[in-house]
Design a binder for this molecule. Sequence first.
Ligand code: BTN
Length: 265
Amino acid sequence: MAAPWFEEEIATAVSPLLPGLTVEVVDEIDSTSTELMRRAREGRAQPVLLIARRQTAGRGRMGRPWQSAQDAREPASLTFSLGLPLLPRDWSGLSLAVGVSVAESLDPSNQARVALKWPNDLWVEDRKLGGILIETALPQDGTAERYLVIGVGINIGAREAAGMSVAPAWISQWRPQATAPQLLREIVPPLVAHVLLFGERGFVPFAERFAARDALRGREVQLSDGSAGQCAGVGWGGELLVQTPSGMKTITSAEVSVRPAPPND
Ligand code: BTN
């Protein structure tokens, strides 16, 4: 029998903050984020949590594919998207705030050292545990709110390193009994609260919490424009600060990929 996904429990837990959230679980879909963006473009902009046991065309940032983990444990990855209307004064730093929320839920006391690689990869010991994809759709009805789609993918069981430059990390390395539904139940209610807090107050309440898990701070990084420097943390708007020979660079673009420079021998 399929494991329950705590749909009612999650909807009830978030209802004081986000009434009317529907929770849907599907066996297979191309991508939970693609599906919620499709619905938004059709004018369906209600709060939805969509979970897929399998994605056939999972997407990552910058047009990259997102591959789920393959493992005897089913499902070996947690893949879901949360869609809701939001109207923050400023969207800067949202992806970092989401990363903070998910990392804190997975690792509340920071024992497992779940870190955040700007802007929102989840890392454990420099290996990718999960990723977050943030997208928005413009409203169909002329309202000012946008429809926000937050896609989250987390490796639970062992995952092959094929096609990845560095071997991934997975949850069962430190929580061998963890299941996708349990993790979903732990992640979603705080995530909803944090997204709504971001909508009211922006990135400021998350800045120190991001700093506490910042995987790049103090490290040499290479930027995709060819320059390099030492990462000096993030600013109050979630921008990445990099001290380069030509001065402090402020990186805001999602198009910039940041890699820790290889250590000097
Ligand atoms: C990244 O690492 O670049 C982001 C990965 C985001 C993957 C999740 S899985 C659920 C949702 N559906 C998708 O197609 N992508 C996100």
